[in-house]
Design a binder for this molecule. Structure first.
Ligand code: MGD
Ligand code: MGD
Ligand code: SF4
Ligand code: MO
Length: 712
């Protein structure tokens, strides 16, 4: 069973306490209640909270077992340090680890310049940690090079939404608005496994008569409930969007009144679309033209119609253009800003949304302010009490930071809440990049593959061990309360940031007694920005089951729906931008005839450093596999008992395989939650989107051969 609904909790028992929290994993941030055996400091039961509107009592198998991380035997409980980068790690005191790290960072910067030190953050960190990490990089470390793993995640969608809407909030409406939709097109999103409670919302919408269209080259668990399945070849979604728009135009589905009132730039986009049709779409995508016409027809007829994209559409070297093409479609249909209709992107990480709002992205300052905008620089510098000229400028993106480590331009790095040794593309090169650094520090609560390349490891606290806020898939900021004590010497990320800032001589800018004080500063600094949190505080968040931004003053109830009346551009209108269809960076050829794509399974989370340690999750799936279409497996005569070798221009991996009855024939799919020899990122490529700098995780040319005598 993937989802469970637990009974409401009542009563009080001696020796036990309860606390409200949110799940440690994905962007839904399901509200959970945990029961604690206080003497043992152990969570003994977990419930999904029925009173919370995003999950309504639901939680998935990861949330139900998230507490098993808390007392896990593998937890890091003491800072680790080693001589050089090869020797054994020793447990050391916090002072020793922090002193050593500060000294290493300073030495590298003295010799190679301020920007030779980099910070690599993550979308699982709280808003408080993210805000402080961005401030730390610019004010204490004085480097321009800070970026985070969200670059691998939401960056293409964020860039396209900014262009069209003037702002980027994954969903610009509360999740429950899905229940109002009459037609939903999901592109490259497997919500049944990745955001399971949304599957329940989709089913409920279908019960009310909504049609669900799923575009995915695989027969995913999500497409099982689809009313219409489109199976584009990986990397062809922009062509699908263009063909759909051409059909909407041809079928008279353009809402001209809406465009005249609310949109600019539509004439050239519609004129361009007239040069295409469903037949052309079929040629590029492999989706039968009749299905493309039918999908367009449903989007026109069954309104409100809603288009949602996931990483399948976005993690491409043309991800921004692809998302843009779907936004153009949603605007042409006249749906964005209407209840139950429009466009949205399904954010992935627990704080993927807040993670990019508050300053750990190379080009942004808190509140989505831009680091290259003079007025934004002045506002933030003033709020921080520094000179504008001392604020570093835009730095490198995540993948470019790793590339710079490989070439030697970056010499020292602090990774906080990411495991790029597993999750970055072109893994062999990334391993070199990490070991090439003269100094690497990693903050994590479990020893990760990235820790293996570190000289210092800081033991972090888990979600249930420290207060902090997260901003979920809807743009709702929620407060997570601590309910258990951290093990050993484990310390919250924000405290480590403060400790290092003090040692770098910037302590006065980092004088915070607790996370609430950090949040209050964050709220003040974002006043007047696009992601305005200035009307939020901890008690208000708790009373209101979270608050949607912008929330610009103490009496403001937060903004659930962003585009009801206006978009965020100065003229209040949305913009269409003409995008042409492009090929993927690597197309299949004779040597590499298939399209390798990658993604997720329900039971594991991202690089797997957390979920590969949880027994029930490992019992469900312990190994990666390659999913092959039944037709292809028959054509190649694959033997069910034997492994296969998957090869691309960057490497080879030997894997178990399974056949999928319905799957686009050229598609090979591998989940990426494993490191070492089984890591599919040994095969993926570094082609980056020119705007978002997103790597092309979702398609590269590959070959597949049967292994010799190796039994599974
Ligand atoms: N169980 C679980 N849940 C998670 C996560 C996890 O690791 N595990 N991670 C979280 C995070 S950070 C994220 S970003 C989200 C991601 O959530 P999703 O975007 O839903 O996840 P993926 O599995 O990466 O990709 C979704 C689908 O895209 C399809 N796909 C692949 N290539 C293409 C293509 O070229 N075009 C189209 N149309 N589809 C394609 C895949 O077959 C897959 O079914 O999930 C979040 N939730
Ligand atoms: N091939 C392929 N690769 C991909 C993707 C794909 O679809 N295909 N998807 C990409 C996407 S969408 C994403 S989001 C990235 C994610 O990739 P990663 O950044 O590697 O994600 P995680 O595995 O969550 O890594 C987080 C690490 O930090 C730790 N951690 C979690 N929370 C905290 C915290 O609060 N503090 C500290 N200090 N540590 C913490 C965890 O234990 C874990 O080791 O992967 C990307 N890589
Ligand atoms: S992993 Fe996501 S869907 Fe599952 S319980 Fe946690 S927040 Fe909810
Ligand atoms: Mo992600």
């Amino acid at each position: 069973m993937t989802l469970s609904m637990q009974p409401a909790v009542s009563g009080w028992e001696p020796g036990l306490s309860r606390f409200n929290t949110h799940c440690s994993y994905c962007a839904l941030q399901c509200a959970l209640k945990m029961k604690v055996d206080t003497a043992q400091n152990r969570v003994i039961k977990v419930w999904g909270r029925r009173d919370f509107p995003t999950n309504r009592g639901l939680s998935c198998v990861k949330g139900q077992t998230a507490h098993q991380q808390i007392n896990h035997a593998d937890r890091l409980t003491q800072p680790l340090l080693r001589e050089g980068k090869e020797g054994p790690f020793h447990e050391v005191s916090w002072d020793e680890a922090l002193d050593f790290t500060a000294q290493q960072l300073q030495e590298v910067q003295k010799t190679h310049g301020a920007d030779s030190a980099a910070v690599f953050g993550g979308g699982a960190l709280t808003n408080e940690a993210v805000y402080l990490l961005g401030k730390f990089a610019r004010v204490a470390l004085k480097t321009r090079n800070i970026d985070y793993n969200g670059r691998y995640c939401m960056s293409s969608a964020a860039a396209a939404q900014n262009t069209s809407f003037g702002v980027d909030r994954g969903l610009n409406f509360p999740l429950s608005d899905i229940l109002e939709s009459r037609c939903i097109l999901l592109v490259g999103a497997n919500v049944a496994e990745c955001l399971p409670p949304i599957q329940v919302f989709l089913k409920r919408a279908q019960k009310h008569g909504a049609r669900l269209i799923v575009a995915d080259p695989r027969h995913s668990k999500t497409s099982e409930i689809a009313d219409l399945k489109l199976m584009p070849r990986p990397g062809t979604d922009s062509a699908l969007a263009l063909a759909l728009l051409a059909e909407v135009v041809a079928q008279g589905g353009v809402d001209q009144d809406y465009l005249n009132l609310r949109v600019t730039g539509f004439d050239p986009v519609l004129a361009f679309a007239r040069g295409f049709d469903a037949k052309w779409g079929e040629k590029i995508t492999g989706v039968p033209d009749l299905l493309i016409s039918q999908a367009a027809n449903w989007l026109i007829r069954f309104k409100p119609s809603l288009i949602l994209t996931g990483r399948g559409a976005e993690q491409h070297s043309k991800g921004v253009d692809t998302v843009q093409a779907f936004i153009n479609l949603a605007l042409a249909l006249g749906q964005v800003g209407k209840l139950g209709g429009g466009f949205g992107t399904l954010t992935g990480q627990g704080n993927g949304q807040g993670g990019r709002e508050h300053g750990q992205k190379a080009d942004q300052l808190p509140g989505y302010r831009l680091i290259e905008n003079q007025k934004d620089r002045e506002t933030v510098a003033k709020a921080w009490g520094i000179e504008e000229k001392d604020l570093p400028r835009k730095g490198l993106s995540a993948q470019e930071i790793l590339q710079a480590a490989d070439t030697g331009a970056i010499k020292a790095m602090w990774v906080v809440g990411s495991n790029p040794a597993v999750s970055a593309p072109n893994g062999n090169r990334m391993k070199n990049a990490l070991s090439n650094l003269s100094f690497l520090a990693v903050s994590d609560f479990f020893f990760s593959e990235t820790c293996q390349a570190a000289q210092v490891v800081f033991p972090a606290t888990l979600f249930a061990e420290e207060d902090g806020t997260m901003t979920n898939i809807e743009g709702r900021c929620v407060l997570r309360r601590a309910g258990v004590k951290p093990p050993g010497q484990a310390r919250a990320d924000w405290k480590v940031i403060v400790g290092l800032a003090q040692r770098l001589g910037a302590g006065k800018y980092f004088d915070f007694p607790n996370t609430e004080a950090i949040f209050n500063e964050l709220a003040r600094v974002t006043a007047g920005s696009r992601a305005d949190y200035s009307g939020m505080n901890y008690s208000k968040l708790e009373r209101n089951k979270g608050l949607f931004w912008p929330c610009p003053d103490a009496n403001h109830a937060g903004t659930q729906r962003l585009f009801e009346y206006a978009f965020f551009h100065p003229d209040g209108k949305a913009k269409m931008r003409l995008v042409e269809n492009k090929e993927s960076a690597e197309m299949p050829d004779e040597t590499y005839p298939y399209r390798l794509t990658t993604g997720r399974v329900l039971e594991h989370y991202l690089s797997g450093n957390q979920t590969r340690r949880i027994a029930p999750l490992m019992a469900a799936i312990s190994e990666p596999f390659v999913e092959v279409s039944e037709k292809l497996s028959q054509r190649l005569g694959l033997n069910p008992g034997r492994k296969v070798t998957l090869e691309t221009r960057r490497g080879k991996v030997s894997l178990a395989w399974k056949a999928s009855a319905h799957q686009e024939e050229s598609t090979l799919f591998v989940p990426f939650h494993w490191g070492g020899e089984k890591s599919v990122n040994l095969l993926t490529q570094e082609a980056l989107d020119p705007v978002s700098r997103m790597p092309e995780f979702k398609v590269c040319a590959a070959n597949l051969t049967q292994d010799g005598a190796k039994e599974i």
